[in-house]
Design a protein around this ligand. Sequence first.
Ligand SMILES: C[S@@+](CC[C@H](N)C(=O)[O-])C[C@H]1O[C@@H](n2cnc3c(N)ncnc32)[C@H](O)[C@@H]1O
Length: 210
Amino acid sequence: MDEQFWQRKWASNEIAFHEGAPNRLMLAHIGRLGLAPGSRVFVPLCGKSLDLHWLLAQGHRVAGVELSQLAVDQLFASLGVTPMVSSAGELLHYHAQDIDIFVGDIFSLSSELLGAVDAVYDRAALVALPESMRASYAAHVTQLARQAPQLLICYQYDQAIMAGPPFSIGDEEVRQRYGHAYALILLDKAEVAGGFKGRFPALEAVWLLA
Ligand SMILES: C[S@@+](CC[C@H](N)C(=O)[O-])C[C@H]1O[C@@H](n2cnc3c(N)ncnc32)[C@H](O)[C@@H]1O
């Protein structure tokens, strides 16, 4: 999954991962992060997720990083907000009140550029990356967020049925990626209603990394 793969997806509007409403598992479990009003939540690989809208509506601040400038332009358009855009190293920094979105590769983002965050929310980010990138991604997010608590949502299914993305991330892999830095609590594991992509059984697991 190189950069061109995702740029093509956005350019051709093949974005089935984009949900038309805030994620139901986030709504059910985000309380476990214990966010105080005004908390700053980092959303890696954020796309134009409506979860960002929801977090803002709760009075939180959001920070994100996303490869596709098209996605980020669409995000701000849907928020009805005109950002200030500046360059930040190899990234572009879109800023508006309570919002900082960095456009470019997450591996070009530093904790200094990102600034302090109170929590991380990963939906469809770790699962979007091939196995060869996931160890570096998890280590980088842990370091970027200075071990802030994280709500992580993963799919689990038979990887032999579909190549991914999204990839299947089993419990053991979550422990391998994050167990050294966090106490892991499996909050929920439930069948994907109607099967994954309507074709085969899958589970969604929600983890609290505390
Ligand atoms: C499966 S989508 C999920 C988007 C969002 N989290 C959501 O729930 O709708 C994965 C996103 O990660 C972005 N992406 C992939 N690799 C990236 C990277 N190295 N740095 C930043 N963004 C990346 C893609 O452009 C895509 O928008």
